[in-house]
Write a protein that binds this ligand. Structure first.
Ligand code: SF4
Length: 89
């Protein structure tokens, strides 16, 4: 008897944004402007109920993705997460 081997599911299969317009995750208004904040907040609201936020954020951080909203974080938040801490070796 052979064991049934199932292909591992990709985390993207469970993404809330799967099949949606990806443009929403790339706000075109300048960061720090009211329009930029509104667009970013809208994208982050999609992520708030996503079951794969952690995987999405890890993927963005691991691949150095600078632009757009990933894993419920804006560009500036990811920059802060990856910025070396002062005094760290
Ligand atoms: S966390 Fe946001 S960008 Fe990432 S897969 Fe989920 S909905 Fe899409």
């Amino acid at each position: 008897m052979t064991a049934l081997a199932l292909a591992p599911r990709d985390w993207r299969d469970s993404a809330v944004c799967r099949g949606s317009n990806s443009e929403i995750f790339f706000p075109f208004a300048a960061p720090g402007t009211e329009a930029g904040r509104r667009q970013t907040a809208l994208a982050i609201s999609f992520c708030s109920g996503c079951p794969v936020r952690t995987e999405c954020l890890a993927d963005a951080l691991g691949n150095g993705i600078e632009f757009g909203v990933w894993g419920g974080t804006a560009e500036t938040e990811r920059q802060a997460l990856t910025r070396p801490m002062k005094g760290a070796a």
